[in-house]
Design a protein around this ligand. Structure first.
Ligand code: 6GU
Length: 235
């Protein structure tokens, strides 16, 4: 059965967007995964199809109405699909959560617009609040595209060669080692000699050392976790 992504949004025309291209797009054509964009406004009940209102307690901006969102969710949620809402208040997405979501049957993703979403519908429907990083986006749509991209590339058959996936440093909890291709000397900048040596075992060791060095330098948080999981002090 294909992996399912259902997205609730006021801008369904933003989907599949970039995910209709490249390997993700091919995977959709090959029915390895499916995307359905649901127009939240279709669940409004008044003449003007209102989806938002001013915040109780005052303040700037508008809040998405719980009754409209609840009707949209009622029509869209289905057993097994992880119910998510994209918001900068959420738990930060990481590769562990992506792996879990990709291994299941799929996701239902609510995209916030305006200043926010009435908190009661988030609680009533048990939505998991997810952020993609510590910065503010104009809406949850691009965050949803990012989450779905990260999941889809883990679906068996979507990426060209399955081998490239588990070779990736991030699957080991490290940043990637640096990459080089021809020409071997470019504008006086040579490729590291070891990569031209043909010593595959030494190349593997060099790449691992580079991945560790760059991770320790740039991401002490990832480095600490890697050291814990790979035996303290052994590197
Ligand atoms: Cl998930 N949504 C919005 N609107 N902004 C964000 C975000 C999500 N993650 C980081 N910034």
């Amino acid at each position: 059965a294909p992996w399912i992504a259902k997205v609730l949004t006021l801008y369904p025309e933003m989907f599949p967007g970039p995910l209709g291209h490249s390997l993700a797009g091919r995977g959709m054509v090959n029915n390895l995964w499916q995307l359905e964009a649901v127009q939240i406004r279709d669940f409004a009940t008044d003449k003007h199809r209102t989806v938002d209102d001013s915040p109780f307690g005052g303040g700037a901006g508008m809040v998405m109405r719980p009754d409209v969102l609840d009707a949209a969710l009622e029509a869209t949620l289905s057993a097994g699909l992880a119910p998510l809402v994209m918001t900068p208040r959420g738990r930060m997405l990481n590769q562990d959560r992506v792996r879990d979501l990709a291994a299941g049957p799929g996701v239902v993703v609510l995209c916030g617009r305006f200043e926010g979403i009435d908190q009661r519908v988030i609680e009533a429907r048990g939505l998991e609040e997810v952020s993609i990083g510590d910065y503010v986006l104009s809406g949850g749509e691009t965050a949803a595209l990012t989450l779905i991209d990260a999941c889809v590339r883990l679906i068996p058959g979507v990426m060209g060669s399955e081998a490239t996936l588990d070779e990736e440093s991030f699957e080991e909890g490290l940043l990637e080692y640096p990459h080089f291709t021809r020409p071997a000397d470019w504008n006086g900048r040579p490729v590291p000699d070891i990569l031209l040596s043909g010593h595959h075992e030494r190349i593997r060791a060099w790449r691992l050392a580079e991945a560790r060095r760059i991770t320790a330098d740039r991401r002490p948080d990832l480095w600490a976790r890697y050291c814990t999981r790979h035996g303290a002090g052994s590197h």
